[in-house]
Design a binder for this molecule. Structure first.
Ligand code: FAD
Length: 468
């Protein structure tokens, strides 16, 4: 049958990867259709990910700071929390961003088609709307940007409203008295912090021997120390084996070294990771290979095994981060338009927007050791930073890892207030091949937290004169 619509480029999925690819291809002169199952574009990141979590975390840090200020001589009254207003604020932030995106799509004449898309051949996608109506879109080139979804566990009653995933947790339905967070990764820790600052007694259970697997332990340790002191429990090397929904609460069975065998919680947040949507789009009808983990493999031009079909974002692999999706989206669009682009970054920064923040870029120390790379290290403790002492948060650490031969920066890890902003300088240095002298000789403003990277480089060089 003839197609209902045709496009030079069709993009499947309207998240950060998808809208970036669509906008860039349109800017380069292509006729673009963007298919998104939900009525608003923005994907996980804008609607139920990065942005709403950061809006809530901002409020959470303020709540924490008002408490911390007591030690500095300023006491605030007990805060009054209006969940409806908090939710409203969060939703208004989302609304501004998604509204902006819709306008940007219109400006570029990117046609947004709402509905669930699946490949019907190597040159067509069939989109099914909520009302069941179908339309077929024929394309010359396609970009798959269908993202990922939360992983569910078979021994947990996910249908019970007291069992939450990250999307539910962001809805702030209530402040549970006792909350169990399953998973000590970035998403679990961020949501744990929101609920802790709102007054929940939080327990975290993590399978690994530390939180934030992926980050070096010295970088995650200050966060672990702080949450161990604040939260009801942090169980490491432990797992949940069963959750039973009882009228009086969720009865959770544990296995592990320090945890009880059973305990009852008001709510449970499952944050054990995300799985790509590779197997949900009939990729095989287009001949696109999807691997056993549901990822679609691509080369550094974002091309799949089918040359005119590209893939980007969470669906092509780790790390599942919005900024990776955005850069890949740009590359895919540019390659489609004949530009010599490739996705070859020197690193992709990761940030846990917790309190303190944990951030790293380039190689971790664990990776350098595993790869047998000879390196030199400068690690500057924030207890010697005038600025971090002034703000009463001196638990931070800035670590810089340099190649022993070239002295170039290979990786950096930062824990402390604003680490997520500070890591950007390290990422730029890595990308530009800066060495320890470049960083050490760069004059950073005093007193700032940014100085700590300069100090770390000077420590590696052995040229530091004072620690203030
Ligand atoms: P997605 O954002 O998943 O978008 C895919 C889109 O495709 C969705 O809108 C989906 O509805 C649509 N779609 C899927 N299948 C179809 C189909 N068949 N037909 C039509 N439409 C379809 N990353 C960061 O970098 N920083 C953060 O601070 C951060 N915080 C996060 C917090 C939470 C709670 C979560 C869950 C994630 C967070 N992430 C963060 C991860 C980030 O959201 C993702 O990496 C990013 O959204 C991936 O972008 P994407 O374009 O690949 O896919």
């Amino acid at each position: 049958p003839p197609a209902d619509k045709t496009a030079e480029v069709v993009v499947l999925g309207g998240g950060p990867g998808g809208y970036t690819a669509a906008f860039r291809a349109a800017d380069l002169g292509k006729k673009v259709i963007l298919i998104e199952r939900y009525p608003v574009i923005g994907g996980v990141c804008l609607n139920v990910g990065c942005i709403p979590s950061k809006a809530l975390l901002h409020m959470s840090v303020i709540l924490n700071e008002t408490k911390d200020m007591t030690a500095h001589g300023i006491s605030f009254a007990q805060p009054e929390i209006d969940l409806d207003k908090m939710r409203g604020y969060k939703n208004s932030v989302i609304g501004k961003l998604t509204g902006g995106l819709a306008a940007l799509a219109k400006q570029r004449k990117v046609e947004v088609v709402t509905g669930y898309g699946k490949f019907s051949s190597a040159n067509s996608i069939t989109v099914t709307a909520d009302d069941g109506s179908e339309q077929t879109i024929a394309f010359e080139k396609a970009v798959i940007a269908a993202g990922s979804r939360v992983i569910k566990l078979p021994f947990i009653p996910h249908d019970d409203p007291r069992v939450m995933d990250s999307t539910d947790a962001l809805e702030l339905a209530e402040i549970p008295k006792r909350l169990l967070v399953i998973g000590g990764g970035i998403i679990g820790l961020e949501m744990a912090q929101v609920y802790d600052s709102l007054g929940s007694k939080v327990t975290i259970v993590e399978l690994g021997d530390t939180i934030i697997p992926g980050a070096d332990k010295d970088i995650s340790r200050p966060l672990l120390k702080r949450i161990k002191a604040r939260y009801e429990n942090v169980f490491l090397k432990s797992k949940v084996t069963h959750v039973e929904a009882q009228p009086g609460g969720l009865v959770v069975s544990f296995e592990g070294k320090d945890c009880p065998t059973q305990d009852t919680f008001d709510r449970v947040l499952v944050a054990v990771g995300r799985t790509p949507n590779g197997k949900l789009i009939d990729a095989e009808k287009a001949g696109v290979a999807v691997n056993d983990w549901s990822f679609i493999e691509v080369d550094d031009r974002q091309q799949t095994n089918v040359p005119h079909i590209y893939a980007i974002g969470d669906i092509v692999g780790q790390p599942m981060l919005a900024h990776k999706a955005v850069h890949e989206g740009k590359v895919a669009a540019e390659v489609i338009c004949g530009l010599p682009s490739a996705f070859t970054p020197m690193g992709i920064p990761s940030v846990a927007y917790t309190d303190p923040e944990v951030a790293w870029a380039g190689k971790t120390e664990d990776q350098l050791k595993a790869e047998g790379v000879e390196y030199e290290k400068g690690a500057f403790p924030w207890a010697a930073s005038g600025r971090s002492l002034s703000i009463g948060r001196d638990e931070g650490l800035t670590k810089a890892l340099f190649c022993a031969k070239t002295h170039r920066l290979l990786g950096a890890g930062i824990v402390g207030t604003n680490a997520g902003e500070l890591i950007a300088e390290a990422m730029l240095a890595i990308e530009m091949g800066a060495d320890m002298q470049d960083i050490g000789l760069t004059i950073h403003p005093h007193p700032t937290l940014s100085e700590t990277l300069g100090f770390a480089a000077e420590m590696a060089e052995g040229t530091i004169t004072d620690l203030i």
